[in-house]
Design a binder for this molecule. Structure first.
Ligand code: ADP
Length: 202
């Protein structure tokens, strides 16, 4: 029997996460698997309310980090853990790596503080697979500018995204068994081929 897996999509804004989530979910469903797609911050009613706050309201950096983990606690309890227990696969658009990358790398909150929150909120559970969509900043910016109104994070300056991307890549190097880096400058069709291979192996 196949046991359910927890897959997270990571990368800076505009890297292509949302573009590929539907494809991966459809691929897994076509193989007869139950799939739940969700996102962070958010994923629950309370989490979506917290998302509105953190994406649009100024606050102390530590408040921001704790709200991210508060949203995550609820998300784990209400969505992620029950789905995995039922045997459904879970695909989340961002998870804890994003907090390390954005609040740690981008905003410079001490990573040790984030380690403490992670130990508190999910001491044992980690994603089975983390797909890191990686693109140079200019490419991500150009894609974002073309498409949507920017939130509080997306309006940050270039150095913020450089630091966020660097922390993502540092974590990918730290946890090589869990991470796969997707070169997101390639065409959507090429990326889909890579995703199919990675998921086949999983
Ligand atoms: P994210 O969810 O990581 O913020 P999105 O998936 O919303 O990024 O992608 C941002 C924009 O870039 C979208 O308009 C999307 O259509 C476009 N895009 C995503 N991946 C590619 C790609 N490989 N090539 C060209 N455009 C892309």
């Amino acid at each position: 029997m196949t046991s359910a897996k927890f897959i997270t999509f990571e990368g800076i804004d505009g890297a292509g996460k949302s573009t590929h989530i539907g494809y991966v979910a459809a691929l897994l469903r076509s193989r007869g698997l139950g799939v739940v797609t969700t996102r962070e911050p958010g994923g629950t009613d309370l989490g979506e309310a917290l998302r509105e706050l953190v994406l649009h309201q100024k606050m102390h950096l530590e408040t921001e980090a704790m709200l991210m983990f508060a949203s995550r606690r609820e998300h784990l309890a209400q969505v992620i853990e029950p789905a995995l227990t039922r045997g459904d696969w879970v695909i989340s658009d961002r998870f804890t790596d994003a907090t390390f990358a954005y609040q740690g790398g981008g905003r410079k909150l001490a990573l040790e503080k984030l380690d403490v929150l992670e130990q508190w909120v999910h001491p044992h559970l980690q994603p089975d697979l983390t797909l890191l969509f990686d693109v140079p900043l200019e490419v991500a910016r150009a894609r974002l500018d073309a498409t949507r109104e920017l939130d509080r994070f997306e309006q940050e300056k270039v150095t913020f995204f450089a630091d966020t991307r660097a922390e993502y890549l540092r974590r990918a190097a730290q946890f090589p068994a869990r991470f796969r880096i997707i070169d997101s400058t390639r065409s959507i069709a090429d990326i889909q081929t890579s995703l199919e291979q990675i998921l086949g192996a999983l």
